[in-house]
Design a protein around this ligand. Structure first.
Ligand SMILES: Nc1ncnc2c1ncn2[C@@H]1O[C@H](COP(=O)(O)OP(=O)(O)OP(=O)(O)O)[C@@H](O)[C@H]1O
Ligand SMILES: [Mg+2]
Length: 164
C-alpha cells in the first residue's frame, strides 16, 4: 500500500516510479512525485503525459508499473473512493443537452452522495459562485462554450471536494 509508506497529512498526491506504456509510446516513465496542499500546476508540451497521469490518478486507467496514491487512497484499488473526494473538470464536453444546469449539477451532487436537500442547496450556491444565474434553468444545449465551461466547473465543485 502506498498509504503506509508515502502518504501523510501534507501529501495530497504521491507517485512512485509510475509508468504508463502504450504499444508505440511511453507516456509516463518512472514518475515519482509528492504534491502537498495548495495550488500545483501540471505543465508540459502536447503528448507529455499530463492527461495520462490524471486518468491514472482518478483510478480510470491502470498504470503499467509503479504506484500512486491520492488523498492516501491507492489508485489501483480505491478509484471510486478517490472520485468521491476529488472534483474533476473534464476537458471535453460531457454535458447532456436536454437538461438544465440546475438539473445536471443536482444530479452530479447526488451521484457524489449528497442527500437531496443538500444537493439542491449546494447546486444553487455553486452555480451562483461560477456565475450562472437566470440561465441555470435553460437546457444546456443552448449554452455558449463559456457557459458550458462554468457548468463543468460547478459539477467539479458541488460536492465540496478535498482536491480539484
Ligand atoms: N489510449 C492511448 N493509446 C495510445 N497512446 C496513447 C493513448 N493515450 C495517450 N497516448 C499517448 O501517450 C502520450 C501522452 O499523451 P497525453 O494525452 O497524456 O498527453 P498530454 O500531456 O495530456 O498532451 P496535451 O497537452 O496535448 O493534452 C502521447 O504520445 C499519446 O499519443
Ligand atoms: Mg491532455
Amino acid at each position: 500500500m502506498v498509504r503506509a509508506t508515502t502518504f501523510d497529512d501534507v501529501t495530497v498526491i504521491a507517485t512512485e516510479s509510475l509508468s504508463k506504456r502504450f504499444p508505440r509510446v511511453t507516456a509516463l516513465d518512472r514518475l515519482s512525485l509528492d504534491i502537498g496542499p495548495g495550488v500545483t500546476g501540471l505543465v508540459g508540451s502536447n503528448g507529455a503525459g499530463k492527461s495520462t497521469l490524471i486518468k491514472i490518478l482518478l483510478g480510470l486507467s491502470p498504470a503499467t508499473e509503479g504506484r500512486a496514491a491520492v488523498l492516501g487512497l491507492d489508485v489501483a484499488t480505491e478509484g471510486a473512493a478517490i472520485r468521491e473526494r476529488v472534483g474533476y473538470m473534464p476537458e471535453h464536453d460531457c454535458l447532456p443537452p436536454d437538461v438544465s444546469a440546475t438539473e445536471f449539477v443536482v444530479h452530479m451532487a447526488r451521484m457524489s452522495g449528497l442527500p437531496p436537500t443538500a444537493a439542491r442547496e449546494r447546486t444553487a450556491d455553486t452555480l451562483r459562485h461560477v456565475g450562472l444565474y437566470e440561465e441555470r434553468y435553460r437546457p444546456i444545449g443552448g449554452y455558449s462554450t463559456g457557459m458550458k465551461q462554468r457548468v463543468k466547473l460547478a459539477q467539479a465543485l458541488v460536492h465540496d471536494p478535498r482536491l480539484v
